[in-house]
Design a protein around this ligand. Structure first.
Ligand code: AVJ
Length: 346
């Protein structure tokens, strides 16, 4: 691995997350049960957010983008002309679906961390003739609606929604078959984590899939021209800017802060050294943000770091997969080599 991959600093909001045991399935109808799992206790979550805000380089974890409004804005981003990852991934699945389907084989269980709208889950569950689906997402209400629609589209599928934070460890519904599991992690969500965190997450996915013939299918955004990346994260219509600012509205609700989103400017750029797109919010004027028990002053132009989106070179990503214990990796790329869908076995 190049040195750049090892030199990134672990931000406080991710340093504190550790796998922890979580409660099992909630009582009630097993087909519709929403299982809460893996989230930090409320006090610790609040403290983690405040630590991030008080850090010299203020930061907010990108997981807080995804309240109801944020999930809708993200869906809008995936339809933007500049935002290539979603449609490139779909083109790979559509164009090379037969070969990918052969590599995966028939699958009993599909587990999708960060399932969101479940749009890709429908295709994949059809492709591999899955009998069980487990969608996991931090935006639990949004996910619950999506899983309900998935059940309508595939009536034979036992589909469950699990609300929870995948970085904190998740509890699978009781009785889920152990054999022929496929962890499906599309959308290049792995890019939100710096390589050491990504390795930890991939190890967790290895554990989730482990058992007879376990496997992983993961989407990875690859390194490319900086101008293409820049446009994808700073679109002309300003949807990504609205998505970025919405995190402040969400935080106001979560911790009782008084951020004025209109006072913050969206910034996005490619950092070639770390091979990542960074998103920030920059203060338009000097201001003081208050919350119960504290405050932080921001100078004009001072920034809050809200997201990293790593762009991998394929060999580096393959090394990460191997380090997490995966074997026999196979990758399918689009014609331009912008994006990879990678399959590997546990
Ligand atoms: C959902 C993390 C894959 O990094 O491209 C889109 C989120 N941020 N536009 C990405 C995002 C700004 C997205 N991921």
């Amino acid at each position: 691995m190049p040195a750049a991959f090892l030199s990134s600093v672990t931000p406080p909001f991710l340093a504190g997350t550790r796998p922890r045991s979580a409660p099992g399935s909630a009582p009630g109808d097993a087909r519709t049960a929403l299982v809460w799992a893996g989230s930090l206790p409320p006090g610790a979550e609040r403290q983690a957010i405040l630590d991030g805000l008080m850090w010299p380089q203020a930061q907010i974890s990108p997981k807080y983008f995804y309240d109801q409004r944020g999930s809708e804005l993200f869906e809008a981003i995936t339809r933007l002309p500049e935002y290539y990852p979603t449609r490139t991934e779909r083109a790979i699945l559509d164009g090379q679906g037969a070969a990918i389907g052969r590599a995966i084989g028939r699958r009993r269980v599909v587990i999708e961390p960060g399932a969101g709208s479940c749009a890709k889950a429908l295709r994949l569950c059809r492709l591999v003739q899955a009998t069980h689906f487990v969608g996991v997402d931090i935006s639990a209400d949004y996910l619950e609606g999506a899983v309900a629609r998935l059940r309508t589209a595939l009536p034979g599928l036992d589909a469950r929604a699990v609300g929870g934070d995948i970085t904190a460890g998740i509890a699978l519904p009781a009785g889920l078959p152990q054999a022929r599991r496929l962890v499906f992690y599309p959308g290049s969500s792995i890019g939100n984590f710096d390589p050491p965190q990504a390795l930890q997450l991939l190890r967790g996915m290895h554990t989730l899939a482990a058992g007879e013939e376990g496997a992983l299918l993961i989407g990875v955004d690859l390194r490319k021209d900086a101008a293409v990346l820049q446009a994808a994260y700073d679109d002309a219509a300003g949807v990504t800017a609205a998505f970025n600012r919405n995190v402040l509205t969400h935080l106001n609700r979560l911790i009782g802060s008084d951020f004025d989103p209109a006072q913050w400017r969206h910034e996005a750029f490619f950092d070639a050294h770390h091979s990542r797109v960074e998103m920030h919010l920059a203060a338009r004027s000097p201001q003081c943000v208050r919350w119960p028990g504290g405050e932080r002053r921001f100078a004009a132009c001072e920034r809050i770091h809200t997201e990293n989106s790593y762009k991998y070179r394929l060999p580096d990503f393959m090394e990460l997969l191997a380090a997490a214990g995966f074997r026999q990796p196979q990758a399918w790329l689009d014609r331009r080599g912008w994006y990879a869908l990678v399959h590997a076995r546990t």
